[in-house]
Design a protein around this ligand. Structure first.
Ligand code: F0G
Length: 493
């Protein structure tokens, strides 16, 4: 395939796009060096000269506001401006997400917040109306919100929390939160003149990349750790038409490889090392704050692997506070699987040094031993008074069963949030009456094997007597005790 995009194009598509991109800066998270995003004649830049990752800075300006404000949203805005921002997002959110006639800014739960992400005109952006995911109220004190869904309250009880919301990012177009960052990354790939995009992945990034690349007419190449990716994610990646290369090695090896491949072949890299991916993922925070009427929760809990999402949410909350959209920062709790816990190990030592591990966990999505966004995520945890926790595989699977049985469901990595929450509440670190939002990062269908109770599946002959016998053995639909009177079982039917 002809993949080369060795050099950025001399002239991006339209003058309004060029104007928007000319205001974008990339800042090193370590040495603070600044780079323009448009460097004609030079390959795309993902790292600083010093080797660290980069952060996107844009002037945060209301549409129609005069240019000239400083980068990064550090200046405190007036209350009037905060009200104008809220009004802008409320107006856009009022239109139904699926309405085909609505402009992208209204349909997409990412581009709705474009002035805080990448302020591009409609015609420049790719979109599948991503985002717009449900915020489920599941706390034991949220009866009003859960009246018709009492099953949900079991999740709040399990966590030990009166006010708990689950933001289900598994409801995105390809079934994971990755779509939020990918839509911005693929949009940038097009604007930079790329013909091919690539990533290393534990499965969700590759599925998302494959979908959005197909949408944008780009070729896609993905590197996966052989035998370590859940079936649903493999199927998606192939079905959307990506070229898939499985490597003899883990995710961390695939990550090292894809960076070399992209540099060598001039393919546009779309792991969260790409700072525009992180920008898109900030929309999770903006959307949940809007759903909570801009009242920040006390805690935000999420699973942590490569640490792109931890970085993104931390940055979004910081910007929301700088704009006066919220009054205080939520504290972030990043949850790792105990067998894939390098960030936890560093946190426990006050971030004295950066750890790496040989990762091992049933939660294959977060089986990562050397997270790329370590530096970004460390700053986030320190700034918000956050913490990092670890949970065992049995704890993850138990929590997953609780989420699944409530009727929502999620993939194993997502359940690390609930497992971590339960642990933190039991340890007295999160108080039972604090207001908490937990992110469910991926859909149940992503991994149709791990933690699914197969033992309860039976095959019988198609007659009533067999049904009676079976229900009797399993326990009836109204009483869980096995060996009950068969007539009572049929009564329940
Ligand atoms: N949850 C799910 C379902 C994921 O797929 C991932 C990461 C995470 C949590 C962790 O997020 O990396 O931003 O800290 N999946 C990547 C992938 C690595 O390739 O799909 P993170």
């Amino acid at each position: 395939m002809d993949t080369r995009i060795d050099r950025q194009p001399e002239v991006p598509p339209s003058s309004s796009v060029r104007q928007a991109l000319e205001e974008v800066r990339l800042r090193c998270v370590a040495c603070q060096a600044l780079y323009p995003v448009l460097e004609p004649g030079r390959p795309a830049r993902y790292r600083c000269e010093c080797g660290e990752v980069l952060d996107v800075e844009i002037p945060l300006r209301l549409p129609g506001a005069p240019s000239g404000r400083g980068h990064g949203g550090t200046s405190h805005q007036t209350q009037d401006e905060a009200a104008a921002w809220r009004q802008l997002f409320e107006q856009r959110a009022r239109l139904l997400p699926g309405t085909p006639a609505a402009p992208v800014a209204q349909r997409s739960g990412v581009w709705r917040y474009r002035e805080l992400i990448l302020p591009l005109p409609d015609e420049a952006v790719v979109s599948r109306a991503e985002g717009n995911t449900t915020l489920y109220a599941v706390g034991s004190d949220q009866q009003q919100e859960t009246q018709a869904s009492p099953g949900l309250r079991r999740i709040g009880d399990y966590a030990g929390l009166a006010q708990l919301y689950l933001k289900h990012e598994g409801e995105n177009p390809t079934g994971s939160f990755k779509d939020r960052g990918m839509v911005v990354g693929v949009t940038m790939a097009r604007l930079m003149g790329a013909r091919a995009v690539a990533c290393a992945s534990t499965g969700n990034t590759s599925a998302s990349l494959a979908s959005y690349a197909a949408l944008a007419g780009l070729e896609a190449l993905v590197f996966l750790p052989a035998g370590q990716v859940a079936g649903g994610k493999l199927s998606q990646t192939l079905a959307y038409g990506a070229r898939m290369v499985q490597i003899n090695g883990d995710f961390d090896a695939a990550m090292r490889l894809v960076e070399q491949v992209c540099d060598e072949l001039g393919i546009y890299l779309l792991n969260s090392l790409n700072p525009f991916r992180v920008e898109g993922q900030k929309a999770i925070a903006f959307e949940l704050l809007q759903q909570l009427a801009w009242q920040a929760p006390d805690w935000l809990v999420l699973p942590a692997g490569n640490l792109g999402n931890t970085s993104a949410l931390g940055k979004a909350f910081r910007q929301a506070r700088a704009l006066g959209l919220i009054e205080r920062l939520p504290r972030l709790a990043a949850i790792q699987a105990a067998g894939a816990n390098p960030f936890y190990l560093s946190y426990r030592e006050g971030f004295a040094r950066r750890h790496t591990v040989q990762a091992q966990t049933v939660a294959s999505a977060i089986k990562i031993g050397n997270p790329v966004s370590y530096a970004r995520a460390r700053l986030v945890i320190e700034e918000c008074g956050g913490l990092v926790e670890e949970v065992s595989d049995p704890e993850i699977l138990e929590a997953k069963a609780v989420i699944d049985r409530a009727g929502i469901g999620c993939e194993p990595a997502s359940a690390a949030t609930l497992a971590g929450l339960r642990k933190l509440v039991r340890a007295g670190i999160i108080k039972p009456n604090e207001r908490v939002v937990a992110i469910l990062t991926g859909n149940l269908l992503k991994d149709h094997q791990t933690g699914i109770p197969r033992a309860e599946t039976v095959t019988i002959d198609p007659d009533l007597a067999s049904v009676r016998r079976t229900l009797d053995a399993l326990g009836s639909l109204t009483s869980p005790s096995p060996g009950r009177d068969a007539s009572a079982s049929t009564g329940a039917l």
